[in-house]
Design a protein around this ligand. Structure first.
Ligand code: ADP
Ligand code: MG
Length: 243
């Protein structure tokens, strides 16, 4: 469903993505691990066209973009195919929990306010926060804010949700509630790409683990293959440092 071919991205002299090739199936949960600065966030941001890749072909669910000759409409289609969940939640501070979710539904999807609220309330229920519908982000815990962030990502019905370290800004006691929402999406076969340092969670939820270093995919495989029998020295070294 997702095909990434020879994706390149540089910032000035810093070549951050050096030709990434990946294929991801519908319903697959792919976890991306790797050292800080290896290009994980940039990869996710290029998939959503938050960053413009220099070279490469991206295809999501039939929509395709060739970075070297793009049309505005193609970028719009690719953007709509995915939704991003950020480490820092990025909620609208001046909107309630419910409004954060309905915003894209009324503006992008052109739903009526009442239609959007029905969808929004169903999503709040899914993430266990219906009773917080009228609260502003500043009155919610980090874990609750991130669960709203996930509900907001789900609202636009994306083909894939991209998670960039969704729990790394959270106090340890709040990590579990966010992971359990992501786990429930995995059970529903939502296609997801998750950058995380939560290795236990990665093992449990991933269909496939990808190890990135210095802008390349060094190694990929099942969680058992990557965590128990990593082939590459760089993967072994990275896992030794963090586990
Ligand atoms: P990771 O998420 O794996 O930690 P990133 O994708 O955030 O890695 O960053 C990879 C490299 O790209 C780093 O060297 C970082 O400094 C650089 N980088 C990321 N975003 C930008 C940007 N907007 N401008 C300049 N350099 C950037
Ligand atoms: Mg990052």
């Amino acid at each position: 469903m997702i095909k990434i071919q020879n994706l390149h991205k540089r910032f000035g002299n810093n070549e951050v993505l050096k030709g990434i090739d990946l294929e991801i199936n519908h319903g697959e949960v792919v976890v991306v691990i790797g050292p800080s600065g290896s290009g994980k966030s940039t990869l996710l941001r290029c998939l959503n066209y938050l960053e413009t890749p220099d070279k490469g072909i991206l295809a999501i669910n039939g929509f395709q973009v060739n970075a070297e000759k793009v049309h505005k409409q193609e970028i719009r289609n690719i953007r709509k195919s995915s939704a991003m969940v950020f480490q820092s939640y990025n909620l609208f501070k001046n909107k309630t929990a419910l409004e954060n979710i309905t915003e894209a539904l009324t503006t992008v999807k052109k739903m009526s306010k009442s239609e959007a609220e029905t969808v929004g309330e169903a999503l709040l229920t899914q993430v266990g926060l219906l009773e917080k519908r009228n609260q502003y982000p500043s009155c919610l815990s980090g874990g609750q804010q991130q669960r709203i962030g996930i509900a907001r990502a789900m609202a636009v019905n994306p083909h894939v949700i991209l998670f960039d370290e969704p729990t790394s800004a959270l106090d340890p006691e709040l990590v579990g509630e966010v992971l359990s929402v992501i786990r429930s999406l995995a059970e529903k076969h939502m296609t997801m790409i998750i950058v995380t340092h939560e290795m236990g969670f990665a093992r449990e939820v991933a269909d496939r683990v990808i190890f990135m270093d210095h802008g390349v995919v060094v190694e990929q495989g099942t969680p058992d293959e990557i965590f128990c029998t990593p082939k590459h020295e760089r993967t072994q070294k990275f896992l030794k440092q963090i586990i």
